[in-house]
Write a protein that binds this ligand. Structure first.
Ligand code: 3PG
Ligand code: MG
Length: 376
């Protein structure tokens, strides 16, 4: 299992200046942070460093500016929230305002670490990026994982190595092509992989069903068929909730019938959620499991007509006696929207990073902390 140096490895820190790479890439609407989970998640690391006498300066990326300053991605709202939560911690400007960050430019790394005595990576959500602030500083400064990063590695690494069984993985989201690698990796370690969300239609088509106007990646159908034919432990929905002709996603006023269908979706209809039978079936599997990993919504839960599958699954994950892990991104947002976050054992702060860690067992940011990162 992957190990990383931890904060204790940096002692003594009295009077030292520590550069903290955090992932404060939080949702901001109209200048207001709508979810500060990622800022709060770094607080234990900051508190520990301060208790041990260090001065902490934080840095983060925010959004995807194109390598130059862009007022839309100013970290000012994040800086203000951080000042409330962790007084005395300075926050540098958005790392991605400089093309050297994503380009992993050694000159950018050199400027970034100037005046620092040590480096701490607590940016789990960005540790799958081989960017300068992630892989650069450990090549020059004593470096360690913060508490959040260490916990993510322990939990997600643990799923790969010795999960309590049965281990049920539930995957949703729109694209099979994005998740194929992680589906294959999960099939190696989980007892069963349940597939919902938009990507289930590519699998249903591979089984010979009609998908109507539902999301479907035709070029992935043969790959899905090969997996199913090989007897992979994949469970698919047995019914779906679909929107009829004329309907619009997110706009009930536009009309269009909403119906429960089996696994065949007629022309002009669009499957947008797993149906009630599948929801109950998936919930049963989660309730009987001893380890659960969930990433990706079961349907378009932002539209109340298509939230039932995701809600039922989220409730089952919350109720389950299993050790439950929810991947970041949309599934974490769903759990928060349904008020269930406190009943999940571990909600990852990383979407792409958690999937990549499950898939590969390592990340560029972790390899860098171990002194083993090399550009490939
Ligand atoms: C995220 O929110 O996914 C992480 O902060 C990484 O951001 P990125 O996908 O823009 O690299
Ligand atoms: Mg992302």
């Amino acid at each position: 299992m992957t190990t990383v140096p931890v904060l204790e490895d940096l002692l003594p820190l009295e009077g030292k200046r520590v550069l903290l790479r955090a992932d404060f890439n939080v949702p901001v609407h109209d200048g207001q942070i709508t979810d500060d989970l990622r800022i709060k998640a770094a607080l234990p690391t900051i508190a520990w460093l301060q208790e041990h006498g260090a001065t902490v300066v934080a840095c983060t990326h925010f959004g995807r500016p194109k390598g130059q300053p862009d007022p839309k991605y100013d970290v000012a709202p994040i800086r203000a929230r951080l000042a409330e939560l962790a007084p005395g911690v300075e926050l540098l400007d958005n790392l991605r305002f400089d093309a050297g960050e994503e380009g992993n430019d050694p000159a950018f790394t050199a400027r970034l670490i100037e005046g620092f005595d040590a480096y701490v990576n607590d940016a789990f959500g960005a540790s799958h990026r081989a960017h300068a602030s992630i892989v650069g500083p450990p090549q020059h400064l004593p470096s360690a994982a913060g508490r959040l990063l260490a916990k993510e590695v322990e939990v997600l690494g643990g799923l790969r190595s010795q999960p309590n069984r049965p281990f049920v993985a539930v995957l949703g989201g729109s694209k099979v092509s994005d998740k194929l690698k992680v589906i294959e990796a999960l099939l190696e370690v989980a007892d069963e992989v349940l597939i919902g969300g938009g990507m289930c239609f590519t699998f249903l088509k591979a089984q010979g069903h009609q998908v109507g106007s539902s999301l479907c990646e035709d070029d992935m159908v043969p790959t899905c068929k090969a997996l199913l034919d090989a007897g992979a432990a994949i469970r698919l929905p047995s019914d779906v909730t679909a929107l009829g002709p004329g309907g619009e996603i997110g706009n009930p006023a536009a009309g269009g019938d909403v119906r429960q269908l089996g696994v065949n979706v007629p022309d002009g209809w669009m499957g947008l959620d797993i149906g009630p039978g599948s929801s109950a079936d998936f919930a049963d599997a989660v309730l009987d499991a001893r380890t659960v990993f969930w990433n990706g919504p079961m349907g378009v839960f932002e539209d109340p007509r298509f939230e039932a599958g995701t809600r039922t699954l989220a409730e089952a994950v919350a109720d389950s006696h299993a050790f439950t892990v929810v991947g970041g991104g949309d599934s974490a947002a769903a759990v928060a929207q349904f008020g269930l976050a406190s009943r999940i054992d571990h909600i990852s702060t990383g979407g792409g990073a958690s999937l990549e860690l499950l898939e590969l067992g390592d990340l560029p940011g972790l390899a860098a902390l171990r002194g083993e990162w090399t550009a490939s």
